[in-house]
Ligand binder design. Structure first.
Ligand code: ADP
Length: 267
């Protein structure tokens, strides 16, 4: 089993990702696709007059502050435009893909965090009304049902809180939790960079290998959102996933190239 997470930043070639996945699925490989949609969500939020608000925690992690209106815009883009765009691409390629959010069938569940600590102008503030959380539980039953019937699941945040409230969760860490729960051999985190760069944005500084027992040490090279990917990779290998790869989704055959050794390999 391979869990592929494709991000939502500018430059990602979804046609290339879907064509590669379709070929591998049709050759009999068991695959699940998880996707993001941050770039498009920012664009739509601006257009709707509710621009995105990012907050940085005291420990340096950046996340989207998700009030109710932001959550609804987030769902429009992730569960609507992005998810259906990917499902349509796969259907055109002859793959019977099924697009679901983590809310559907409670595939992804976690605790609802209503407040977030954020650093603003050098001061730590507590912001309330946030709809975020972290995936703590993956309900694999529905996924197994789909896979055994030959469908290709295409999954996206939000997740469900234990009370059934939609919560924004990090897609990389959700994909890591999914890979652990399904005992996947490989977790592929595809984005618009060649992998983890030692000196971002210098693409020639690609880190080729990271030892599985030393992933956290590499957090120092990751800025802003890349930190979540490194964290997700650490969680996946700790949970028994043997190989996590940070790969490039901008062109070519992103999944096959990563599996053949391109990108940053954590093992
Ligand atoms: P996606 O939405 O595609 O999953 P993110 O935007 O969340 O991707 O994270 C990938 C981004 O992280 C890259 O586009 C890059 O701007 C940024 N980044 C920060 N530090 C690094 C690094 N050391 N190596 C690679 N990318 C990095």
């Amino acid at each position: 089993m391979i869990v592929v997470k494709v991000g939502g930043s500018a430059g990602i070639d979804y046609d290339a990702v879907c064509a590669d996945i379709a070929g591998r699925h049709q050759a009999g490989e068991r695959l699940i696709l998880v996707h993001g949609g941050s770039g498009e969500t920012n664009r739509v939020a601006e257009a709707l007059g509710h621009p995105p608000k990012f907050v940085t925690s005291p420990s340096g992690y950046t996340s989207r502050f998700t009030d109710r209106e932001t959550l609804e815009i987030f769902e429009m883009v992730y569960c609507g435009k992005m998810n259906k765009g990917i499902v349509e691409r796969l259907q055109r390629l002859g793959v019977n893909a099924v697009g679901l959010s983590g809310l559907d069938g409670r595939i992804f569940e976690g605790k609802h965090k209503d407040s977030v600590r954020a650093v603003e102008n050098g001061k730590v503030k507590v912001l309330r009304g946030d709809h975020t959380g972290t995936v703590e539980k993956v309900n694999t039953g529905l996924i197994e049902l789909l896979l055994s019937a030959g469908y290709l699941p295409v999954l996206t945040p939000p997740a469900s809180s234990y009370e059934g409230v939609a919560i924004n969760v990090d897609g990389d860490r959700a994909a890591a939790a999914l890979a652990v729960a399904l005992r996947a051999e490989v977790l592929l985190l595809l984005s618009n960079v060649p992998g983890l760069l030692r000196h971002y944005p210098d693409e020639s500084s690609l880190i080729r290998e990271i030892p599985a027992d030393d992933v956290e040490h590499y957090l120092e090279f990751a800025q802003d959102r890349m930190k979540k990917k490194v964290l997700g990779a650490a969680e996946a290998v700790r949970g028994g996933v043997r190989r996590v790869i940070f790969g490039d989704a901008r062109a070519g055959k992103p999944v096959s190239e990563a599996l053949n050794g391109a990108g940053t390999v954590v093992s």
